[in-house]
Design a protein around this ligand. Structure first.
Ligand SMILES: Nc1ncnc2c1ncn2[C@@H]1O[C@H](COP(=O)(O)OP(=O)(O)OP(=O)(O)O)[C@@H](O)[C@H]1O
Ligand SMILES: [Mg+2]
Length: 220
């Protein structure tokens, strides 16, 4: 379970204060599928990054299974990310010089999984997203939807409890986008992975079990 309690993230630039998150409290149950919507600049990515331990709030608590990740040391926070969270970004963030299999093995390297097992697990995950016939393609040799599926495979490879997807369909046409959403939805349903999807797309949000809308750093 993920509980945000009065989470605030403030940016001060040239004397101007911007509350990226303003006193946000949310509870996300295990196995939930939550969509977060709202206009550009409303704090969606800030929220996603804080839940995923990529960023820390200025005040408030972020309890994941009763551990407050808001005050964790960097070392513990990277362990949390590696063990618990899979990230999927709009801009893919794949290594261009690595093949699909090699990209997917990267989180396993950090997790200290022995070399012999890494490739096997990466191939399993690429199969799960339907890319068993593109294992040795590099990102530049894949279509947009295929690249996004490599990202999903990479997010899955450490068997995360939580997947956080920030605009996962933002760079895809609507057909490829809905394929990605069905894939995420089936992971949520079958593997009971908690799914948080940031999206501008109403059809994506309509797949979710709960929809939150943000405005100016608050829940609308
Ligand atoms: N490093 C930073 N320094 C100053 N302000 C920031 C910083 N990062 C984000 N902000 C501000 O915080 C607010 C929330 O940003 P965030 O990226 O969470 O928005 P978003 O809802 O994800 O927007 P989009 O839909 O465009 O991705 C924005 O107004 C943004 O300008
Ligand atoms: Mg964003």
């Amino acid at each position: 379970m993920i509980e945000l309690k009065k989470v605030t993230k403030l940016y001060e630039l040239g004397g101007e204060k911007i509350y990226a998150l303003d006193n946000v409290s949310i509870t996300i149950g295990d196995g939930d599928f939550l969509a977060v919507m709202g206009p550009s600049g409303s704090g969606k990515s800030t929220l996603a990054n804080i839940i995923g331990g990529l960023d820390t709030p200025d005040s408030g608590q972020v309890l994941v299974d009763n551990r407050n990740i808001a005050t964790m040391r960097d070392k513990d926070l990277s362990k949390y990310r590696n063990e618990k969270v899979g990230f999927i970004f709009q801009s893919f963030n794949l290594q261009p010089t690595l093949t699909a299999v090699e990209n997917v093995t990267v989180p396993l390297l950090f997790a200290g999984v022995p070399a012999g097992q890494r490739k096997k697990r990466a191939i399993q995950c690429l199969k799960a997203v339907g890319l068993e016939n593109r294992l040795n393609h590099k990102p530049g040799q894949l279509s947009g939807g295929q690249r996004q599926r490599v990202c999903i495979a990479r997010a899955l490879v450490n068997q995360p409890a939580i997947i956080i997807a920030d605009e996962p369909t933002g760079n895809l046409d609507s057909k490829k986008g809905s394929e990605i959403v069905s894939l995420l939805e089936s992971l949520n349903r079958q593997e009971k992975i908690t799914l948080v999807v940031i999206t501008h797309d109403k059809t994506v949000a309509s797949e979710a079990r709960k929809v939150l809308t943000m405005k100016d750093g608050r829940l609308a």
